[in-house]
Design a protein around this ligand. Structure first.
Ligand code: URA
Ligand code: SF4
Length: 220
């Protein structure tokens, strides 16, 4: 006998919800109605990218976390605080950067009162990619930095290995004149040993310093 489930339909792609007028505001409003995959069913709201439409640098994370899901803004929780620190240490102002995610709805597993982050599948990431591509088309960043494997693989394909290609600048991509991948800041929150954590943070900051230098090159 069929179980009664919440009506939860997916079309398979965010492309079915793209608006005719591609401004960031129009995209963000249209994304509220997206059911390209089933992640919209359980999340509080869509978390669209945020930042100036003429930003030279775009950062792409994985997906909103618990706090982002509640606030409706990307990188405002613990991972966002790590990101803010790294940006500041590298001399990059967050208000100059466009910050978004590969997947726009929070995927989680309920555990008591808590909601534990669950990695989005390749299918969900692919379904959501039209939003990311639309954001890139509007912002036209000079440089893209993918934070973590999910973001990097969304653009570069599932065979991309972050462990092998971190910090390599890829030039003349279909999305920006320069693109590089770094780790996801939430990784730093999961390193228990203080010394190792500080070292990993220093490397993360170096990635942003490198991005800032490259950005100067591709912006002139
Ligand atoms: N992790 C992400 O990848 N994105 C966010 O917005 C928050 C946490
Ligand atoms: Fe649409 Fe992306 Fe949300 Fe899936 S995660 S429903 S594709 S906006």
């Amino acid at each position: 006998m069929a179980m009664k489930t919440q009506a939860c339909n997916e079309t398979g792609s965010a492309a079915d919800f793209l608006p005719a007028a591609a401004t960031l505001a129009a995209l963000a409003v249209a994304a509220e109605k997206c059911h390209g995959c089933t992640l919209y069913c359980h999340a509080t709201q869509v978390v669209f990218g945020s930042g100036p439409k003429n930003a030279k640098l775009m950062l792409i994370g994985e997906q909103p976390g618990d706090q982002e899901d509640l606030a409706g803004l990307p990188f405002v929780g613990p991972a966002g605080r790590v990101l803010d620190q790294a940006l500041e240490s590298a001399g990059i102002r967050r208000q100059d950067v466009y910050v978004t995610n590969a997947v726009k709805h929070f995927k989680f597993e309920p555990r008591g009162k808590r909601r534990l982050h669950k990695k989005p599948s390749g299918r969900e990431t692919a379904a959501c990619r039209p939003w990311l591509e639309a954001e890139i088309k509007v912002v036209k960043p000079r440089m893209i930095m993918c934070l973590g494997a999910t973001a990097a693989q969304s653009l570069l394909g599932s065979s991309f290995r972050l462990t092998l290609h971190r910090r390599e600048v890829i030039e003349d991509t279909p999305w920006a004149p320069a693109l590089m991948a770094s780790i996801h800041p939430s990784l730093l929150l999961r390193i228990p040993d203080a010394e190792q954590r500080h070292k990993a943070m220093a490397d993360f900051i170096d990635d942003f310093k490198m991005a800032a230098r490259r950005l100067k090159k591709v912006s002139t």
